[in-house]
Design a protein around this ligand. Structure first.
Ligand code: COA
Length: 259
C-alpha cells in the first residue's frame, strides 16, 4: 500500500498521509511522492486546489528518524546530497495554486512547518503542533526560523523553537497558524468543502492573489530554506543529533550532558 494516497475529484487533489503504523512519519520516498504530485498539480489544469491531510488521530510525526540516522552516518565533511525533503520544501514554498491542510493529532517537525506554506489550515481539537528540532540536536527548517517569529511573535516562537514545546489547536488558532478548530472526525471533510469552494472560483484570480500576498516574502523564504538547509545538514551529523536519534530508536531519554 502506498504511503501517500492521491485522489482528484471536483478540481481538488487530495494527498493523504497513509503510514499510520509509523505515525505518518515521512520517508524520502514520501517526500518524493509529495513533490511529484505537487509538481504535476502545477501543470494539470484539472487540478485547481490541493488538500494535504492525515488521519483523525495523527497528521504526521515528522521526518522518519531511521532516515535521519542513515543521513547522519555520513562523515561530517562529506558533501550533503540534495535531500528529497529539501526539494519538497522548495516545491511547497513556491506552490502557486491554493493549498489547504487538515491537521488532527500530533503534527511534529515538518508536520507543523509545512503548514507555514499552506493557505488555509483546519485543525481537529486534538491537534498538537511541535517543532522539537533543538531536542533532536537539530535546527529549524522550512523557513520556520523566519516565519514562526513573524507569525507568533518572537517570544512565543522561542518557546516553540528553543524549548520545542508542543502547543494545542486553540493556541494555534490564537496565533494564526490555523483558520478553524473542529471535531477531529470532521476536519478532513470541512477542509475538503473549503477546497471545493476554492476550486469553483476563477483559478487565474486565485493564483494571482496568492502571488501578490506572498510577493514580498517569496524570495526571503526561499533564501531562508536554503540557509537553514546548510545548518540542518551540519546539525544532523553532529554528536548531539546522533545521540538523539539513537535514543529515540532505543526508546530512552537522550543524554546531552557531553554536547
Ligand atoms: N520516525 C520513525 N518512526 C517513528 C516516528 C518517526 N518520526 N514517529 C513514530 N515512529 C514509530 C515509533 O518508533 C513506533 O514504532 P514501534 O511501533 O516499532 O515502537 C510507532 O511509530 C508508534 O509511535 P509511538 O511513539 O509509540 O506513538 P505515540 O502515539 O506514543 O506518540 C508521537 C506519537 C508522534 C508523539 C511520537 O511517536 C513522536 O514523538 N515521534 C517522533 C517525532 C519526532 O521527533 N520527529 C522528528 C521531528 S524533526
Amino acid at each position: 500500500m502506498t504511503d501517500i494516497l492521491s485522489h482528484t475529484e471536483a478540481g481538488v487533489l487530495t494527498l493523504t498521509f497513509n503510514r499510520v503504523a509509523r505515525k505518518n512519519s515521512i520517508t524520502g520516498a514520501m517526500y518524493g511522492a509529495l513533490s511529484a504530485a505537487l509538481e504535476q498539480a502545477v501543470a494539470d489544469d484539472a487540478i485547481r486546489t490541493v488538500l494535504i491531510q492525515g488521519d483523525p488521530t495523527i497528521f504526521s510525526a515528522g521526518n522518519d528518524i531511521a532516515d535521519f540516522m542513515t543521513a547522519a552516518s555520513a562523515p561530517a565533511d562529506a558533501p550533503m546530497p540534495e535531500s528529497p525533503a529539501m526539494h519538497f520544501l522548495r516545491v511547497i514554498a513556491g506552490f502557486p495554486k491554493p493549498l489547504i491542510a487538515a491537521v488532527c493529532g500530533p503534527a511534529v517537525g515538518i508536520g507543523t512547518t509545512l503548514l507555514f506554506h499552506c493557505d488555509l489550515v483546519y485543525a481537529g481539537d486534538n491537534a498538537a503542533f511541535s517543532m522539537p528540532f533543538v531536542n533532536l540536536g537539530l535546527v529549524p527548517e522550512a523557513a520556520s526560523s523566519l516565519l514562526a517569529p513573524q507569525m507568533f511573535g518572537y517570544h512565543r516562537a522561542a518557546e516553540a523553537l528553543l524549548l520545542g514545546e508542543p502547543f494545542m489547536a486553540e493556541a494555534a488558532l490564537e496565533i494564526g497558524l490555523v483558520n478553524r478548530v473542529v471535531p477531529p472526525t470532521e476536519a478532513n471533510g470541512i477542509a475538503q468543502q473549503q477546497a471545493r469552494k476554492l476550486a469553483a472560483k476563477p483559478l487565474s484570480a486565485l493564483m494571482e492573489t496568492k502571488r501578490l500576498m506572498k510577493l514580498s516574502q517569496q524570495a526571503p523564504v526561499l533564501e531562508r530554506i536554503d540557509v537553514e538547509g546548510v545548518s540542518f545538514g551540519k546539525a544532523m551529523r553532529s554528536p548531539a543529533a546522533r545521540e538523539a536519534f539513537q535514543a529515540f530508536m532505543e526508546k530512552r531519554k537522550p543524554d546531552f550532558s557531553k554536547f
